[in-house]
Design a protein around this ligand. Structure first.
Ligand code: ZN
Length: 340
């Protein structure tokens, strides 16, 4: 195959290289002294361009931050670099281009995991996520991954349903937590003892009532044998529900098959104020000491991993020691399939 001479010239000056290719990676942000052994319940090995610092970088970051175990998934969506844009977007919010579903993300995770040996490998708990969950055939991909990599997968997700701007930036109609297309996936998860991590917002960015709550509770009610990890306690950026803790309390009381992941902006925007944890959240977590878990929600880059885990120390310090240990580490592990 011959290359156009102009392309060769452009490539030689770096003009065809990705926007970030010439920038050296930022130096790792130092970790604070380790106070709690942790599990990370929410980590994406790759970003919205399916790029990654690599599994070894994750391992190094975990060691520095005191993280013994992590959930690891790919990213089910890719941000398109539109033919009309000169600047390459790095994040889904960078411009108006849409995102599309990308199943190879799971293969990428499996390939990276294969670089690890024995003890290191056991610290990673891979989840299958590369599905368009609005498609009633999506379960076929999950089955295929289980068949291709026997014994590898320990969960499904992050399933993307209602997710602020990402919902409208994605091609097609994204699924809702109770869409019929997700039923066979929840059933398969229950049959294989796999937890399902799902992103399903409680509301829109405009309304103050939890207008989408019932989509989640319908799924919980219809699939009592499926273990659900509700990502970010149903929150994304700019979502504001004054009755949030009451909603979560009622749901935890009603449905024993749901756990709450407090990763990402829900921690800064809801659980803490001016860096201090709010009493209503401390009380809620103490009332359900086995149901909350922490996560980094890092996507592909891990130089600033430690602060994303150690930010929870202010909350953990405010909990009873046994609740802190469970929230920091054990609750996530309790949802994983019981093997060996
Ligand atoms: Zn995520």
């Amino acid at each position: 195959m011959s290359r156009h001479p102009l392309l060769l010239v452009l490539a030689a000056c770096g003009a065809l290289l990705p926007a970030n290719a010439q920038t050296p990676p930022p130096a790792a942000i130092a970790a604070a002294p380790i106070k709690y052994r942790a599990s990370d319940c929410h980590l994406h090995l790759v970003d919205f361009l399916q790029r990654t610092d690599g599994i070894k970088a994750v391992l190094e970051a975990m060691d520095k931050a005191g993280v013994d175990h992590t959930m690891i998934s790919g990213m089910p969506l890719v941000k398109e670099w539109s033919m009309n844009e000169t600047a390459q977007p790095q994040y889904y919010l960078d411009d108006d281009a849409r995102c599309y579903w990308y199943s190879a993300t799971d293969v990428l995770v499996a390939n990276e995991l294969a670089k690890l040996s024995g003890e290191d490998r056991k610290r990673f708990h891979p989840f299958i996520c590369g599905i368009n969950s609005a498609d009633r055939n999506a379960v076929d991909h999950v089955k295929r991954m289980i068949e291709w990599y026997p014994g590898l997968w320990e969960g499904i997700g992050e399933i993307m349903t209602r997710h602020d701007d990402l919902t409208s930036l994605t091609y097609g109609d994204p699924a809702k937590a109770d869409s019929v297309s997700l039923d066979p996936i929840y059933e398969l998860a229950a049959a294989n003892d796999l937890p399902v991590a799902i992103h399903s917002n409680l509301s829109s960015v405009w309304r103050r009532e939890p207008i989408f709550r019932d989509e989640m509770t319908n799924a919980l009610a219809r699939h009592p044998k499926t273990k659900f990890i509700w990502c970010h306690a149903g929150i994304s950026r700019r979502i504001n529900i004054p009755t949030h803790t009451e909603e979560i309390r009622r749901i935890l009381k009603t449905y024993p098959n749901v756990w709450i992941d407090i990763a990402w902006v829900v921690f800064e925007d809801y659980i803490t104020k001016d860096g201090k944890p709010l009493k209503e959240w401390i009380d809620l977590i103490e009332e359900f000491p086995n149901r909350f878990m922490i996560g980094s929600d890092k996507v592909g880059k891990f130089h600033n991993y430690s602060p994303e885990i150690q930010k929870y120390y202010v909350l953990l310090d405010a909990l009873k020691p046994e609740t802190a240990t469970k929230t920091a580490r054990d609750n996530f592990l309790s949802t994983l399939p019981k093997r060996n």
